[in-house]
Design a protein around this ligand. Structure first.
Ligand code: HEM
Length: 479
């Protein structure tokens, strides 16, 4: 089944690759306000207001990319009745802060990792102490002036519709597509069945459309679909996102690399590569284990950690001699490895971008810097939360992972985390201790990103709800 690309928001099947981004967190005091804004961004009249960008193929890259997400409170604010809202998955309805606050089930359970300084109570967005958010508009552009121009247009629209801007957060791409720890990012993404264009070679299975898009006609890994009982008029071609603001402690990262490298008499760059799974220039450790390799677009992602039926002739790094089993990338995407005899179903589309000033190693500081953006999936609980809860933060009883958490993302214990590297010399295994927590959660929202039809449906539902309330008020009734 070919997805209806013109009905799917952009940045889901393929990335827009913006240089600058601004995320607007908005509150709609009335259904009329929400409806007016949704109608404006889907009207087709670009001169009046920037329009939601779709996945329809383009010959010239659009001047901007606009995504619209709604929280569960946002759907209610549009007039979605409780029975319809109940069809949405529990994780989405409860929201990110509530999901991060569930009580631990064991002494080592840190839930989604949003504890201590990452706890919702300290968040700058989406926490119990921050304003209610109904809509999240993410704007991406190629350059800074375009970001300001489109922001001005959007803010005029917010003002006209009585929409309140609760918060905004900016992001700017770093040279070479790097993140603040210096690694090249944005190389590897799931290839979703039905995506137009040339599939890059990555030796990974194509992901069923239904793992990412809701829709009657899509199938997910479980041979069902994540639309469930959501009316197709609202749900078709929608998806979910965990919008995260993640602070990176670059000084702690560089200090850890330097100390560990000195202790084990290994190059700091090798240490950095072992923690992630790629060298900082992006070349995968499995292909170039001793030094950063060349990074041609064609080969940078064509690798796996072991041979599989699809590519039986391949280096078998089953013990993690080249790429540690616990490296960020390997832990969060075992690639061709079968889990209980099946290709794994925990893929995630990562649309994050750095924020904050570039770290200067000659003048180290603790400025606010990190990664902000959408982690997109068809089911928040079985994809984003599964990765965060189990693969990032659980002390998994798996060979090579026992007693460890994700070295980049994990909520390390106060006493310091542990990371295991295999070695071909007598030091095997090399166990790094005292790993500090390197990434903190600063804010989080669970959003539904409807299809274009879904957004238009919400616009009309909001208008109807507003008009029913007006009639009821005029008649002196409770709405
Ligand atoms: C500040 C936080 C983070 C940093 C600095 C970071 C950095 C990176 C980098 C540099 C890569 C390799 C680039 C690539 O292959 O495209 C990567 C891969 C990956 N990251 Fe993260 N990441 C962060 C947060 C997250 C989160 C929150 C998740 C999911 C919950 C995640 C999931 C993944 C996955 C699944 C891969 C492997 C992709 C693949 O092999 O297909 N990351 N990350």
């Amino acid at each position: 089944m070919t997805p209806d690309l013109a009905d799917i928001q952009a940045n889901i099947l393929r990335g827009y690759r913006a240089g600058h981004a601004r995320h607007f967190a908005l509150s709609a005091p009335t259904p009329a306000a929400a409806g007016a804004l949704l109608a404006a961004v889907t009207s087709g009249d670009e001169t009046a207001c920037p329009q939601v960008t779709t996945a329809a193929p383009w010959t010239h890259k659009p001047a901007y990319c606009l995504n619209v997400g709604l929280t569960s409170a946002g759907l209610s604010a549009c007039g979605v009745p409780p029975a319809m809202l109940a069809a949405f998955p529990l994780a989405f309805r409860q929201g990110s802060a509530a999901r991060s606050s569930l009580p631990p089930t064991s002494p080592t359970d840190v839930g989604l990792g949003d504890i201590g300084t990452s706890a919702p109570g300290r968040w700058i967005l989406g926490g119990p102490a921050t304003g209610a958010v109904h809509l999240l508009i993410s704007l991406g552009t190629g350059n800074a002036p375009a970001l300001e121009d489109r922001s001005r247009q959007l803010r005029d629209q917010f003002a006209a519709d009585a929409i309140v801007e609760v918060f905004h957060h900016d992001a700017t791409a770093l040279p070479g597509g790097a993140v603040h720890f210096g690694y090249k990012d944005g190389i590897s993404q799931p290839w979703i069945d039905g995506t137009p264009g040339q599939r890059p070679e990555d030796l990974q299975p194509t992901v069923p459309t239904g793992d990412f898009l809701l829709g009657r006609d899509y199938r997910n890994h479980y041979r069902g679909n994540f639309l469930a009982a959501i009316p197709p008029v609202l749900g078709d071609n929608g998806t979910y996102s965990a919008f995260r603001i993640l602070r990176q402690d670059v000084e702690a990262f560089e200090t850890f690399l330097a100390l560990a490298a000195e202790h084990w008499k290994l190059p700091p760059e090798l240490m950095a590569a072992k923690l992630l799974g790629r060298w900082r220039n992006g070349s995968p450790l499995v292909l170039t284990p001793d030094a950063p390799g060349p990074v041609s677009e064609a080969h940078i992602n064509a690798y796996d950690y072991a041979p599989t039926a699809a590519h039986p002739v391949f280096f078998d790094d089953d013990i993690g001699l080249r790429c540690p089993i616990g490296a960020h990338m390997r832990r969060l995407n075992p690639r061709g490895a079968l889990v209980m005899g099946q290709p794994h179903s925990r893929r995630i589309v990562r649309r994050g971008m750095p924020y904050g000033p570039v770290f200067d190693p000659l003048h180290p500081d603790h400025a606010e810097r990190g990664l902000v953006g959408h982690f997109i999936c068809g089911d928040i609980e079985s994809q984003f939360e599964f990765i965060q809860r189990f693969w990032v933060n659980q002390d998994l009883a798996t060979s090579g992972l026992r007693g460890t958490r994700d070295p980049i993302l994990g909520a390390q214990p106060d006493s310091g985390g542990r990371f295991v590297m295999r070695s071909s010399d007598t030091r095997d295994p090399i166990i790094l201790d005292n790993l500090p927590r390197l990434v903190e959660t600063r804010g989080s929202l669970y959003c539904f990103l409807p299809g274009i039809g879904g957004l238009r449906y919400l616009a009309s539902l909001s208008a109807k709800t507003a008009s029913a309330a007006k009639t009821a008020n005029a008649a002196g009734e409770a709405p």
